[in-house]
Ligand binder design. Structure first.
Ligand code: PHE
Length: 338
């Protein structure tokens, strides 16, 4: 049949010229698709004699096979070219040094906290915990700070709508621990506390304290001083200059403020020590009998000491950090140094 050869030659020429996978597919559809020019050619076979029909059918079949072979060949070539192009563009150097994977590290506050926990455990203290959302009772009343008491204003409090509050100190754990375990008791309670403060280089709304308490028979100020000295020499691995002042806290009597000479400026004055040369670090005292009574402990039989270490401040002293805001910043440039 004439016409087949021309069509077939055209199909082959176009297939060879087609430069993309889409283009060769278009050629296939044009000639050999369901409605393709060569596929439809067999429709004309009706007019032919049986011999002609057999010859034409055989011829058309050969053209079809030749086309398919060439199609597969072209397709393989174009597939390979596409793959080459992709490998070129998505090239990855497996021998390049990997960007350093740095293991995480503990926050300096956590590091110092753990160190102190180890120290106190070695001295026979238990580690305790209390809720950060506290009741007025545990945060104030049971610590001998009734609602009319001016001492409530010493700690600016975040109140919740339901009457509870964010604990302003870790002292409520003293009461909780005594209620739960009773005397004799040696415990520490490290934790996060909150105050409604104007934030600056030395004040944060969120910081850490480490509460400590020992209740037993015949506990004296001498015990308190012994433990505080042991604590400070362990923390700073060196001699620090301290001073004791009388301090007022409704839950201790007598109460003291233990200050250390500022380790950042060496006592000459800087923003951290508010230019005084001293940093308040360790308020402490003998547990007020009222607190023992509130906790269900008989103050005629038992007494004790308590302290509230400013953990955040201690960390600042130890690492000479001059801005408290860095500790909560999450800034890796800062944290990576520890
Ligand atoms: N809870 C006190 C505060 O945060 C500190 C303190 C604790 C004082 C224990 C004395 C004894 O201010």
């Amino acid at each position: 049949m004439t016409g087949f050869l021309e069509l077939h030659s055209a199909a082959v020429a176009q297939l060879e010229a087609a430069a993309t996978l889409e283009a060769i597919e278009a050629v296939r559809v044009e000639f050999w698709g369901r409605k393709g020019k060569l596929a439809l050619a067999s429709k004309e076979f009706g007019k032919l004699t049986p011999e002609e029909r057999a010859r034409s059918g055989k011829l058309l079949n050969e053209y079809k096979q030749a086309f398919e072979q060439l199609y597969e060949f072209r397709k393989a070539r174009l597939d390979a070219a596409a793959l080459d192009a992709r490998l070129e563009s998505e090239w990855l150097d497996l021998t390049a040094p990997a960007p350093g994977v740095r293991p995480g590290s503990l926050h300096p506050v956590t590091q110092v906290q753990k160190e102190l926990e180890d120290l106190f455990v070695s001295l026979g203290f238990a580690i305790m915990d209390g809720p950060e959302v506290e009741t007025e009772h545990y945060n104030f009343d049971a610590l001998n700070i009734p609602s009319h008491h001016p001492a409530r204003d010493m700690q600016d409090t975040f109140w919740l709508r339901d009457g509870r509050l964010l604990r302003t100190h870790t002292s409520p754990v003293q009461v909780r621990a005594l209620e739960k375990f009773g005397p004799p008791l040696k415990m520490i309670a490290p934790g996060r506390v909150f105050r409604n403060e104007e934030v600056d280089a030395s004040h944060e709304h969120t910081f850490y304290q480490l509460e400590g308490m020992m209740v037993d028979r015949d506990v004296s100020v001498a015990h308190l001083i012994y433990f505080m000295k042991t604590l400070l020499s362990a923390v700073f691995h060196r001699d620090v200059t301290i001073r004791l002042r009388p301090g007022y806290f409704p839950f201790v009597e007598p109460g003291f403020e233990l200050d250390i000479q500022c380790l950042i400026c060496g006592g000459s004055g800087c923003p951290v020590c508010k230019h005084s040369g001293w940093v308040e670090l360790l308020p402490c005292g003998l547990v007020n009998p009222e607190v023992l009574r509130y906790s269900g402990v008989d103050p005629k039989e038992w007494n004790g000491f308590a302290f509230g270490l400013g953990l955040t401040r201690l960390v600042m002293m130890r690492y000479a950090i001059d801005d408290i805001r860095l500790l909560m910043s999450g800034d890796l440039r800062f944290l990576n140094q520890f």
